[in-house]
Design a protein around this ligand. Structure first.
Ligand SMILES: Nc1ncnc2c1ncn2[C@@H]1O[C@H](COP(=O)(O)OP(=O)(O)OP(=O)(O)O)[C@@H](O)[C@H]1O
Ligand SMILES: [Mg+2]
Length: 323
């Protein structure tokens, strides 16, 4: 296989049990033998509730924690080969910086560690600070940074060497909606440029909107890997209809034809309709002077999937929609 046809990341039999206490007699299994392949150029989501082993996996990949067993290849290179490091980026879960440095100084330091030339570092760091919205803070010591600013700088640092593969541990963590939007666009832009993004998250909507494929992890075990549409059930017997205009009579007519109203947003309203009632409901909307804006089979959300898989036991597997 040539370098380009090898997967971006190949993990085989990766396992980790932490040993606790002075004698190491107490153990905690963090990762059951894990097999996973990430293709070049895809955005791969690594999802799991708190404590499911996401950070452990990323730390093993970055060489910060030693695995008990398993083999890893990054960009077609063996994990032990240092050459892939210069072509990879990493955003840790809790980025920590020497807080007396400024972002410009820190990026210069990070770039030098990766062997970049001085001119290249200066140009890249200006670009990256602009990209993450920190240009104005370029000379402010980082001790004055908010949590979200630290996170943004962490992302800039992960991209300083224009990496072919980026590992991001909870990249949206601590960010406001504007920051999340920005990070989402940065991730999409990386894919546009042919890069591979491997990111962990427990925020289901972020995974839903971004990932080409995802892996679902629970208590250190892989539950499922695949495209979202392969993982989530699509119920084609049941449709969601979006309609606009029309007063109370029109809604009554739609309900009489078999619709179940589920929401209203200004002029538009949503309803769930069984397949057998669909033609009658559409006809009722048109006859009443309304417009059908969309008809879609009802798709399970990732959140619903998890609650189904976990038997509704949210206390044991707490999934959050936001931070
Ligand atoms: N250094 C450590 N020593 C002992 N146990 C650890 C250590 N780091 C993690 N663990 C345990 O390993 C398991 C997996 O933790 P990990 O941090 O990988 O989960 P995570 O999926 O990243 O969770 P979160 O969503 O909270 O970040 C947890 O049970 C955790 O308590
Ligand atoms: Mg974590």
């Amino acid at each position: 296989m040539t370098a380009e046809t090898t997967p971006a990341l190949r993990i085989a039999g990766l396992a980790k049990t932490y040993r606790l206490g002075l004698t190491g007699s107490v153990t905690r299994m963090a990762l059951a033998p894990l097999d996973l392949t990430v293709r070049r150029g895809e955005i791969f989501g690594y999802l799991g509730p708190n404590g499911s082993g996401k950070t452990t996996t990323l730390k093993i990949l970055m060489g910060l924690v030693r695995a008990d067993a398993g083999a890893v290849e990054v960009l077609g290179l063996d994990h032990a080969d240092p050459a892939w490091r210069r072509r990879a980026g990493y955003l840790p879960e809790h980025p920590y910086f020497y807080d007396y440095l400024t972002p410009a100084e820190y990026l210069a330091y990070a770039g030098r560690l990766l062997g970049l030339a001085r001119g290249e570092i200066a140009q890249r760091s200006e670009e990256l600070l602009r990209l993450v919205g920190l240009s104005e803070a370029r000379d402010v010591p980082m001790r004055r940074f908010s949590k979200g600013m630290v996170q943004r700088l962490g992302l800039a640092q992960a991209l300083v060497n224009d990496p072919e593969i980026v590992f991001l541990d909870e990249p949206m963590s601590g960010l406001d909606p504007i920051g999340r939007h920005l990070v989402r666009n940065i991730i999409l832009d990386l894919r546009e440029r042919g890069k591979t993004v491997f990111f962990s998250t427990h925020i289901l909507p972020d995974a839903e909107t971004l990932c080409d494929r995802l892996a679902l992890l629970r208590s250190g075990r892989l539950l499922k890997v695949g495209r979202l549409d392969e993982i989530l059930a699509i119920d084609v017997s049941h449709f969601e209809v979006l309609a606009s205009a029309g007063g109370p009579e029109l809604k009554q007519a739609a309900v009489a034809a078999g619709a179940n109203l589920t929401g209203e947003m200004g002029e538009r309203w949503r309803m769930h309709v069984d397949e057998q009632h669909l033609p009658a409901v559409v006809a009722a909307v048109s006859a009443g002077g309304g417009r059908v804006l969309g008809v879609q089979p009802v798709r399970e959300s990732l959140e619903e999937y998890f609650f189904r898989e976990m038997g509704g036991n949210t206390a044991r597997d707490p999934w959050a929609l936001g931070d």
